[in-house]
Design a protein around this ligand. Structure first.
Ligand SMILES: *Cc1c(COP(=O)(O)O)cnc(C)c1O
Length: 462
């Protein structure tokens, strides 16, 4: 399996190289050259398998010969052993024809654990085999960073630096990043918003001297290994509702477009998905774009669903690449225009995008109202991100096709917003009940590339 860049000029890589690299050297994102197919019989055969075995069968063709069969099985086993639910991704019925896929039973209570725990294990196996170390730098709107720190803390061949927007993430998110005591963990509170953090991260990757000097590796949602890990639960949930004999639809609370793009990959592999619905909060650049209004950056407005407070959605480039018939020069031009504020999508590309994705948005008031209404109707307490998904999914339900909404985080990760909406203070699961007592450790840093690079160089643990 070979991986190519959406901008067309970076070297073609295998799975391990694409995963360890993150962002391509031409500024693009790696995608598989071709998408492996699963037949209806192969999909049928997933019924009744463990999550781990499903993961093995779905991901195996993308990995090529980078890991042996046994090594890859072990990696998957270690990745999901720390989850708090035996099914890993349990499916709950919310209403007639509407299901909730609970993706928050991992160590940091958000779906990002599915990808990050796997990436951590794959990095460890690949790096110790090569006798190399890397410096992981990430930018987070809250959940990626905690998931990355949890996945890499204490691993031997890795330092992990996570930039988060100071004052703009929930206390649980912050504490999950600032309380691990391992010396290879570095939480950086940046004076800026998430888009600033993401922009500084891109700057570091485009600074080849720094990139090569510290052996920079990226685990943000653009990392192909992360997208791949997320493909698995589309299969496991669809099969439990009757796929491949019956089509299903998904609604996905969306920020950086990584999770929903994994759904598109599942569909491209042969999983019968009727609709993929993008759900956004008031930061709705994707909803506006898919509604034909072009892709234009706005000001990011902080919301009660901070993990979706994004105006430049990095994985959307992968969707555009396919919509523009994989013509890299077209993508290079769009991304140049984006630097100046935005671009229009061609009529042909918009039609392709609209054939794969629907979209909707939820305001702050609608999100809170949906938390309260869902609690009253079904007893489920949703986090604000999941509530946005449920609200948009309700508008898109069609008789005869089950809708699966992805519940992307545990309500206890966003207790203030959930309590305000529902009157209930969601307790943390017992295994992390002492989070508020643990001592914190972080560095406050300016939104400045030079200062950030210096800080990272000076704080490497080896
Ligand atoms: C990251 C995140 C999202 C958005 O996922 P993307 O892959 O960036 O679109 C939604 N909800 C929660 C809770 C998240 O942590």
């Amino acid at each position: 399996m070979r991986y190519i860049s959406t901008r067309g000029t970076a070297p073609v890589l295998n799975f391990e190289e694409a995963m360890l690299t993150g962002l391509a050297r031409d500024g693009g994102l790696y995608v598989p050259e071709t998408i492996p197919q699963m037949t209806a019989a192969e999909i049928s055969a997933l019924e009744g398998l463990s999550y781990e075995e499903t993961a093995y069968r779905v991901m195996r063709p993308f990995v090529g010969d980078v890991f042996s069969d046994d090594a890859f099985r072990e990696i998957i086993g270690r990745a999901y052993a720390g989850f708090g639910h035996a099914a890993r991704a349990p499916l709950k019925q919310l209403d007639q024809g509407h299901f909730l896929l609970e993706l928050f039973h991992g160590p940091t209570l958000a779906f990002k654990d599915f990808a990050m725990q796997l990436i951590g294990q794959m990095f460890q196996t690949a790096l110790s085999r090569k006798g190399e170390r890397v410096t992981i730098v990430g930018a987070t709107s809250g959940d990626t960073g905690s998931a990355a720190i949890e996945a890499f803390r204490g691993l031997e061949n890795v330092d992990v630096f996570i930039m988060y927007p100071h004052g703009r993430i929930s206390e649980v998110q912050r504490r999950q990043m600032t309380t691990p005591q391992e010396s290879n963990v570095h939480a950086l509170a940046v004076d800026g918003d998430f888009d600033d953090c993401q922009a500084r991260l891109k700057d570091m990757f485009n600074d080849f001297e720094f990139r090569d000097g510290v052996r920079l590796a990226g685990v943000n949602s653009i990392n192909w290994g992360r997208v791949l890990a997320q493909v698995v639960y589309y299969f496991s949930s669809a099969v439990s509702l009757g796929a491949p004999h019956r089509g299903v639809s998904f609604t996905v609370p969306t920020g950086n477009f990584g999770d929903i793009f994994a759904g598109y990959i599942a569909k491209s592999m042969g999983l019968p998905i009727d609709e993929l619905v993008v759900a956004t909060n008031q930061n709705d650049i994707l909803h506006r774009c898919l509604s034909g209004q072009g892709y234009h950056k706005g000001e990011t407005v902080p919301s009660i669903s901070p993990s979706m407070d994004i105006q430049v959605s990095s994985n959307f480039e992968r969707a555009l690449f396919d919509a523009y018939d994989r013509e890299a020069p077209a993508i290079v031009q769009l991304m140049d225009e984006l630097k100046a504020g935005g671009f229009e999508v061609s009529q042909g590309a918009l039609q392709v995008l609209q054939s794969h994705y629907r979209s909707g948005r939820a305001s702050e008031a609608e999100t809170s109202a949906k938390i309260a209404a869902t609690l009253a109707a079904s007893g489920e307490l949703l986090c604000p991100h999941s509530a946005i998904g449920v609200k948009v999914a309700d508008e898109q339900l069609t008789a005869g096709t089950p809708m699966i909404t992805l519940a992307t985080a545990h309500p206890a990760k966003f207790p203030a917003a959930v309590e305000k909406a529902s009157g209930i203070h969601p307790p943390l699961p017992a295994r992390m009940a002492d989070l508020y007592e643990r001592p914190e450790r972080m560095s406050r840093v300016p939104n400045d590339l030079g200062a950030l690079k210096d800080h990272i160089r000076e704080n490497l643990s080896a």
